[in-house]
Design a protein around this ligand. Sequence first.
Ligand code: FAD
Length: 443
Amino acid sequence: STALLWFRRDLRLADLPALVSAAERASRVLALYVLDDALLKPAGKPRQAFLYGCLEALADSLDGRLMLVHGDPVRDVPRVARAVGAGSVHVSTDTGPYGSRRDRAVAEALGEIDWVECGSPYAVTPGRVTKPDGEPYRVFSAFYRAWCRHGWRAPAPHSTVDWIEPEKPFRLPEKPDLGSMALPRPGEAAAHEVWEEFLDGGLDGYATNRDRPDRPATTRLSPYLRWGCLHPRTLLADLDTRHGKDVESLRSELAWREFYADVLHHRPETARKNYDERFDELEYDTDRESFDRWRAGRTGYPIVDAGMRQLLAEGWMHNRVRMIVASFLVKDLHQPWWLGARHFMNHLVDGDLASNQLNWQWVAGTGTDPAPFFRVFNPTTQGEKFDPDGAYVRKYVPELCEIPGKAVHQPWKLPRPPKDYPAPMVDHAQERKVALDRFNAIT
Ligand code: FAD
């Protein structure tokens, strides 16, 4: 008997329930990936390049036996399944807005061939953790307690099958040109190495250091989790054997990812629209010049500029700095969060619709459980607090590399400010007031 294993956001072989279910049904399995323009086009070059690298790594671990089709899953998955005589198609559940729509259409087009969903990219599949009355959680802390109580399965056992040789050898389209941008090493083996190294050296102190962009204090696993090179269940199983505040802190960060997937599952329109509809009335600015200066890292606020340049240089940005730059766009430049979210999605290697859009909404104050709108991040004090010696700024803003210590966060105060670095494009105190006035006008 033959089955088809359709890979999507689960580019790995370990801890893969869909593989276990395929192996239970069939001895011969065809591994398939469909390059779908509906997902590829908005992905941006860094995420596309990382995806291609992960596909290459997966194909290598299957000795090349990964079939790659560039096309439309609704047409091509049933076509390939019929061509190999598969009795079933196995996938990890996709609960995102596009993925769930696509999967319903594919399952229908499969007709007599079984559609088998098993596992998801989350420790607890979105939609499973609800309040006792069946309503979804709106507040993270309550979700987190319920999510911990719900618990998660142990990692799935390893399955061996006879992989079917695809008709055409595995060949990727040309990789996008990233210029000098260096991406993390793609694939399952790299993901495990990064995690093991972190467990050995980085976990101690995570809770205290995770807010410090000047220290290599976080896991850097987000791109691997995005593409499923390793599963959060694997991480949680390792964390469950340990104790202490660092373990708690990392478990709760992983739960934010699950919370936002849950929110998007229940309210798919929040990928584009304010979760809190009162904000639909808020007055926004949309002038292109301000947006372009933010995007290029030329705002004159060093921590903002360092973050925006880190994004362009690495396709990644530290979480604390993501919050600072997002707040600056929304509260200092009064631009709509979705413009910033789109820019992030174009550049982030870990760009993930649920985590990105709903974090943006959190910062903008329009989302679930948001930072209150009136709590506006001050880019200077944030810089001084979380990059106290200025090392992060100096790394990404070479115009400021001669300024020692925390003075780098206020170059405009120096007797001779660097000529090639802009003065602050807005006055933070003044713009904070404008933001609050606009907020008060709608509440
Ligand atoms: P660690 O601190 O090591 O955390 C471990 C894992 O927990 C992360 O890999 C991630 O999967 C999860 N996690 C941590 N913090 C969050 C969070 N606040 N929300 C959701 N999951 C979290 N993360 C993405 O994966 N994709 C995005 O597109 C994305 N966009 C963001 C946009 C904004 C405006 C903000 C403020 C945050 C965004 N994040 C996003 C969340 C967070 O910044 C990144 O997950 C984190 O910086 C990744 O680095 P790390 O793996 O070293 O994190």
